[in-house]
Design a binder for this molecule. Sequence first.
Ligand code: CMP
Length: 136
Amino acid sequence: MAVERTLSIIKPDAVSKNVIGQILSRFESNGLKIVAMKMLKLTPEQAGEFYAVHRERPFYKDLVEYMTGGPVVVSVLEGEGAIELNRKLMGATDPKEAEPGTIRADFAEDISANAVHGSDSPENAEREVRFFFPEL
Ligand code: CMP
């Protein structure tokens, strides 16, 4: 399997719950390497552009508001099959449907405050990594 890079965001709910370390530890203990990382508060412009693919969805406005409500931790994870591996570690978008032992099952409240974001395809991973870390 190829070595890939994927973008991870630890969302405001997980940051305010004080579980940044526990989430990063899951990435590391499952073979993903953190090759870039920063903590920041997204502006409405940044969140709006990052989630532009969802612009027409009914939840877009709430999503942008939610993602700008507190600091987030953005990181680039690298490893074999990193995109799928990260998705597996996160669990389903809706924590109610997430497998036990996944990040969302353990730390998320609901589909809006769902603890983490991860790129869902190689194309999006490339775009999302470039969005936050153009220097990479
Ligand atoms: P994320 O992986 O960050 O990508 C888009 C986000 O929109 C998703 O996680 C959810 O947190 C959020 N969202 C809110 N409502 C919905 C919904 N009904 N369907 C999908 N995503 C939703």
